[in-house]
Every structure is written in C-alpha cells, then in structure tokens.
Ligand binder design. Structure first.
Ligand code: OAD
Length: 255
C-alpha cells in the first residue's frame, strides 16, 4: 500500500528493533550509478572482453585472470571516488543513536554507511576499501585505488592482493554472516528496505518473513520492485529526500 512520509516516520518513532536493508539506490543520491540502472555496471550487456560482468566479477575469473577482475573492481571504486555519504546514510546513523536497536544490512561495497557513522552495520558483500593478501595475513585500508598497480602485489609476500568484497561464486564473508544470523535470530519488530532490487534470498528473505508474520514493513524506492506488493508500506521516493524528511519528523517529535 502506498504510504506517506508521516506514516513512514511513525514506524521509526514507534518501533524499538528496526532492521534497515539497503542497496545501490541509497548511494544513487550520492551520484553513484546503481548496478541495474542507466549507466550501471550490469546494464551494458557484455563487456568489451566478451564476458558477462557477473563472470568477470567471479572468484573463478579472479583466480584465472586477476587483472581482468581487477579492471572492473577499479571501475566500481572509481564510481564512488570523491563521493560522500548523503542525507539517507546520515539519517540512518543518527537514528541508530536514538533508537534502542537499529541495524543496517547493506549490499553496498562503497563503505558509505560506515563513513556516515553507522556501527550496527552488516556489510554483507564486503567493502572495497579493505584489501587483503590472498596468501599471507597482510591487510590494508585504502581511501581509493589511485596509484595501485593492477593486479596489486602484497608488500610483504608478493602474493596477490584483493579487496574484501564478495565475488560471484564465493561464500559470503564469515564475520558478516555470523552477525547477520545472530541479529536475525534476535528478531526485529520492523523491517525497512531502501533502494534495492532485492535479488538475493538473504536480502528479500527478512522482508518476506516479516510480512508473513504481520511485522510492519516499509520500502523506500522511486520505482516499484518485486517487494513492493509484499511490503505493508511503499513510499515512492528517493532515499536521501525521504530519509531526510523522516529524520526531521523524528527530531520534531523528540524535541
Ligand atoms: P540494483 O541496481 O539492482 O537496484 C537499485 C535499486 O535502487 C532499484 O530498485 C532502483 O529503483 C532503486 N533506486 C534508484 N535510485 C534510487 C534513489 N535515489 N533512492 C532509492 N532507490 C533508488 O542494485 P542492488 O539491489 O543494490 O552484488 O544490487 C544488489 C546486488 O547486485 C549488488 O550488491 C551486487 C549486484 O550483483 C554483488 O556484487 C555480489
């Protein structure tokens, strides 16, 4: 059912245990392309090398031709370079501080939720800014990939360096999955989904489950998705302006 900003804000005001699931749409308002939208990485059909992007960003390709996977990882990193978290990321970090328990589950690898200050955060597909060696224990944080020779070699052992992001065909990161399962088991009394086409079961699953159990659900997206007919509240709008408006109502109610 289509909803209003006031009704959406009421969920954030009334519920204590809130799960917010985010996808590329929340970072679109920071100027990043989405994966499946215009200009998105997945919207170009085959790459110039003749592979589908999912095949290039796969663990199999990374092991066979790391320079090719790295070429497109660099594209991903470049699309977020110099860009900043927006009002939606900031509103979620703010609300986390005000609520008893608000978790963000993101598929985004841009690190913007972390930069905005979210702490109860599961980066289920990892983070492009964290790199590690595939051979030794070496790890490093990088603001960007400027000056990185591709594919990069470990400064300690000369092994192949990779970003800590989930490639296709690879298991989800262990620690993120552990926290995800722990928090899902504790349960939530409200599930909000912002800016995702929700193609993975661990993303749409919590929304579908909540709806099935009569737990309030809210989707914020300018376009309808597969989840729009399942959620109780659908707010048609962009992430940043919607979350900023929700934050203002929340602040007003608590002043
Ligand atoms: P998609 O590109 O599939 O979907 C982006 C969603 O954001 C769409 O539903 C848009 O309508 C919506 N959107 C666009 N602009 C928006 C805005 N300003 N505010 C709110 N919503 C907006 O991106 P994801 O669903 O994040 O995984 O893609 C999921 C995963 O697919 C990615 O994490 C990636 C990819 O395969 C891996 O790389 C493992």
């Amino acid at each position: 059912m289509q909803t209003t900003i006031e009704q959406a804000a009421r969920l954030f005001l009334e519920q204590d245990n809130i799960l917010v699931i985010t996808g590329a749409g929340i970072s679109a308002d920071s100027g990043l392309p989405t994966y499946r939208g215009v200009g998105g990485l997945y919207n170009t059909g085959q790459t110039e090398e003749g592979y589908a992007i999912e095949d290039i960003l796969s663990i199999e390709m990374f092991e066979r031709r790391p320079e090719l996977t790295w070429k497109y990882l660099l594209e991903l990193e470049k699309s977020s370079r110099g860009r900043r978290p927006n009002a939606a990321h900031e509103a979620l970090a703010y609300l986390e501080k005000k609520k008893k328990r608000l978790w963000v589950l993101t598929q985004n690898v841009d690190g913007f939720h972390h930069m905005a200050g979210s702490e109860k955060l599961v980066e289920i597909h990892g983070n492009l800014h964290r790199l590690s060696c595939t051979v030794c224990e070496h790890e490093e944080e990088r603001d960007d990939y400027i000056g990185l020779e591709l594919p990069p070699a470990c400064p300690q052992c000369a092994g192949l360096i990779r970003p800590q992001v989930t490639l296709f065909g690879e298991a989800l990161p262990y620690e993120a999955t552990r926290v995800y399962e722990r928090e899902m088991n504790r349960g939530f009394d409200c599930v909000v989904v912002i800016g995702t086409s929700a193609v993975f079961p661990y993303i749409y699953g919590p929304v579908v489950e909540a709806a099935r159990h009569g737990i309030p659900t809210l989707e914020i997206n300018p376009d309808r998705t597969e989840l729009s007919k399942i959620v109780r509240h659908f707010l048609p709008g962009k992430a940043a302006e919607s979350m900023l408006a929700i934050r203002r109502i929340f602040e007003e109610a608590n002043s």
